[in-house]
Ligand binder design. Structure first.
Ligand SMILES: C[S@@+](CC[C@H](N)C(=O)[O-])C[C@H]1O[C@@H](n2cnc3c(N)ncnc32)[C@H](O)[C@@H]1O
Length: 226
């Protein structure tokens, strides 16, 4: 998230996020940002107008069984990753807490097979538990402050069906400093919570980004074994 963005947009994100966190509503600022973007994706710092490159690379390098399988896209933003998964055959449900983001997805992809929904990660339907063959979490955890992360991880892990996969793309950081965010990189301790919740890490790829400030990104694949 927030790679190579102009300082003004970065400042706007920090201001909105800080206000939201002070109001005990860490997910509240996203709707404001999408609404004020006024359908210009350049005003959404994480938007790429295409699928995330590490998702595209994963699909090419480790082609999954998509046809006949379900996928859930968490915090789907403007929908590019959800569309990519649908295009290779997954039956995709994609949700976001921001109504403007979901309306924007529907406007961008009017013929889409994706079921786009407004939903809150912290208040999901019980019927979604253990339901999805692929759960895709890209850069949402890192956009939530540290004090709600365990709760978010506990909401994500049970969505994965037996023999299903959780694919995560995230920044990771060292374990000893509280980073200034957003984004707030995930620590090893946070990542290990997925294993405590019944998922096994089966693959991890690291990517280094940036010129002056090097950022480490991880793509981790977890599997729920029976
Ligand atoms: C940094 S953006 C990443 C969007 C997308 N995953 C991507 O990689 O482009 C974080 C997204 O999570 C959504 N979000 C934040 N809190 C959420 C919550 N509690 N439930 C669902 N979505 C949430 C935001 O609206 C936003 O679209």
């Amino acid at each position: 998230m927030f790679e190579q963005q102009p300082k003004t947009l970065q400042q706007k994100v920090k201001t909105l996020a800080t206000e939201s966190i002070h109001q005990q509503n860490p997910s509240g600022w996203f709707e404001t940002l999408y609404a004020e973007a006024n359908r210009d994706w350049n005003q959404v710092p994480w938007a790429k107008n295409t699928a995330h490159p590490y998702l595209q690379d994963w699909l090419e390098t480790y082609p999954p069984q998509a046809k006949g399988n379900s996928a859930l896209v968490i915090g789907c933003g403007l929908g590019d990753d959800a569309e990519t998964l649908a295009n290779i055959g997954y039956q995709v449900t994609a949700f976001d807490i921001a109504p403007t983001a979901i309306a924007w997805c529907k406007q961008r992809f009017p013929e889409s097979s994706v079921t786009y929904l407004v939903a809150d990660l912290f208040d999901l339907e019980a019927a979604w538990q253990y339901r999805f063959d692929l759960v895709y979490e890209c850069r949402n955890l890192q956009a939530l402050p540290l004090n709600v992360r365990s709760q978010a991880i506990r909401a994500i892990a049970p969505l994965v069906a037996e023999n299903g996969t959780l694919l995560m793309i995230t920044r990771c950081g060292d374990n000893n400093t509280v980073p200034e965010g957003p984004p707030w990189p995930l620590s090893d301790g946070e990542l290990s919570q997925f294993e405590e919740l019944g998922l096994k890490e089966i693959r991890r790829d690291s990517f280094l980004e940036g010129d002056e400030i090097i950022v480490k990104q991880l793509r981790i694949e977890y599997r729920r074994h029976v």
